[in-house]
Design a protein around this ligand. Structure first.
Ligand code: MTE
Length: 328
């Protein structure tokens, strides 16, 4: 992806990061979890033992995995070895290189509150374990394609994003779902790099979010999803480039305005809102006609498929959208 070098006139990192604000976050989470309800107009959904907060990364939902695979979604290639897909990652909160996996251990994913707000019937704040336990979990094998040209094929466990939308009860005026990652520069040193527009933000139209492929991953290779791949909640929209697959989600906001996503804000001419995969539309630094697939026998060159091979599921979403850059 793109790394921006700070300009001489920009203030120094240590002056830009209000450290106290970040360190108060966990205190706030603990306080919220210890009371039965939060602010007026907000419903706090929690169920018995699922709400018990853990101070470490032992996953209280590990008993749920593995889950049954939904065989409707097929692959045209073998699954990428887990050792590769969990050790070659993009997660800029932890660094701009691919070997961030061990650094993500510092992120505590319990307690973890998820907020659902904006144009909804009623704002919801729900703890992650209650949310996961009330969702219909299944496994799906998906192709996964990064704009940097590498690709993988991975088994996610999780639930359709449409189920979260049913829980949220958005108003008719909602046109977009905006997702935000956690913000805690104490554990994610990349977030001290103030020239990035933290927190990481992504968005989909409501129609895209309701598409059957749009998935919220909570598991990976039959286990709870590891931190480096986006624990405890990560988006999987396999017809779009990997940068849309936001990790470590804490907030879903329904809006009538199209959000500006993280990479779009940094370099809008290179990374757009739609980011659908297409071999015919090159990125300024990565021609997209082919991809490098990480398979069990090493890297293989493959031809890029329109919508990453998922046209039959998603092409209807984009018919009649004139003047939009659908493939960047
Ligand atoms: N989510 C957050 N919060 N921060 C990130 O830097 N990187 C994105 C996406 N989700 C990113 C993120 C990019 S560029 C890619 S390609 C995928 O995560 C990589 O997912 P993977 O590491 O599970 O393969």
């Amino acid at each position: 992806m793109l790394i921006r070098v700070p300009k001489g006139w920009e203030i120094k990192e240590r002056e830009a990061t209000p450290k106290d604000t970040f360190s108060q976050r966990r205190m706030l989470l603990k306080t919220l979890l210890s009371v039965p309800a939060v602010a007026a107009g907000t419903s706090f959904i929690a169920s018995g033992k699922a709400v018990v907060a853990k101070e470490n990364n032992d996953d209280p939902t590990s008993d749920l995995y593995p889950v049954i695979r939904n065989n409707r979604y097929k692959l045209d290639r073998p699954i990428t070895p887990k050792e590769i897909s969990t050790k070659y990652n993009n997660y800029y909160e932890f660094g701009s290189h691919k070997e961030i996996w061990s650094l993500t251990d510092n992120l505590s994913t319990r307690p973890w509150l998820v907020t659902i707000d904006g144009l909804v019937d009623k704002k919801i704040v729900i703890d992650i374990d209650s949310l996961i336990r009330q969702m219909p979990l299944e496994e799906r094998v998906y192709r996964h394609r990064c704009v940097e040209r590498w690709s993988m094929a991975v088994p996610y466990s999780g639930f359709p994003l449409s189920n979260l939308i049913s829980l949220a009860k958005p108003l008719n005026s909602a046109k977009y779902i905006v997702m935000q990652s956690f913000f805690d520069a104490d554990v994610a040193p990349g977030q001290r790099q103030f020239w990035y527009p933290w927190p990481y933000t992504e968005g989909l139209t409501i129609d895209e979010a309701l598409n059957e492929l749009a998935f919220i991953a909570t598991g990976y290779y039959g286990e709870p999803i590891p931190n480096q791949n986006g624990a405890p909640l990560r988006l999987a929209v396999p017809w779009k480039y990997g940068f849309k697959h936001i990790k470590g989600i804490v907030r879903f906001t329904f809006s009538d305005k199209r959000p500006v996503s993280f990479w779009e804000e940094i370099a809008g001419s290179e990374y757009g809102f739609w980011a659908n995969v297409a071999g015919s539309v090159p990125h300024p630094r990565w021609p997209q006609a082919t991809e490098e697939f990480f398979g069990p026998n090493g890297k293989e060159k493959r031809r890029t498929q329109l919508y990453n091979g998922y046209s039959e599921y998603v092409s209807y979403l984009y018919r009649g959208l004139k003047g939009e850059s659908l493939f960047k």
